[in-house]
Design a protein. Sequence first.
Length: 309
Amino acid sequence: MVFSGQYPPATVSTALPSAAAEIDTLGLAGLAGDPGWRRPVLVDRDLLVLTTSGHGDAELDFEPIPCRPGTLLRVHAGQVLRCPCPQLDATVVRWNANALRGLDVDPDAVPTWRQLAGEDEDAVINEVSQLAVDCARHRTVPAARGLLRHQLAVLLLRLTLAGGGPSTSRPEEATFHRLCREVERGYRHTRRVEDYAARLGCSVRTLTRACLAVTGRSAKQVIDERVALQASRLLAATDEPIARIGRGLGFSEPTNFGRFFTRETGTSPGAFRAAREQPLPGQVVRPRTLVEPSLDRPLNAFPDARRPR
């Protein structure tokens, strides 16, 4: 069943009944913690969000992204998302980390934002529509697992090709990505550049040179930004006490965490949390150094906890 040129239905969840379900589809409102989406949601699974109706700015890791029919967002597990419901609706494809295991596809090669048009838009609409239909029709059939996995892989591959595919990395980019992967493993325990240089078998100067080449910021700034990003996500999307968030990020004293966060973001943890329920569109306080200016690339160096970009 193919819906040529027509957006798939986006208001009814077609989630598989089993807790072990790997792939499902649902409407945008199904992601919100409340009908008004008053605060960001900490996403716990990988997503593709295809806007089907309306206009408005979604917020991904505190950066506004303009959405209209045909806008596609790639959201990684661990990011925070907020959308202006009900004036914006979308079909969401959601999958677990192991859903693509063994398949020759890189889900992180899909651009964070893409405005689909022409043949690309028609093809993606058809594939998302068919995936939604098959999730609904075959959710209790064990054999459907292979079908859904391959449908998702084809969809991701098409989006990767439509985005131009991955670019050839410079040596500095390879070093930078190695650092980012190591920071993901250790940012809760250390913010010292020397520790990461030792783990990677290179010098502090090499890491700093790579970070400056890729981001224009030093290695120390990149590490601190990752900590500030995680703090921002937890402050905005959870009710976890501020002191506990600080301890979980390696700060023994709440005052030290407060000074660090204020230095990195320009606002205190308490003020940042208070601003999270401002209505969309609005002036939401966000970490000032985490935003990439271009929407055709990930919004920061750490879109998720699995593969920094």
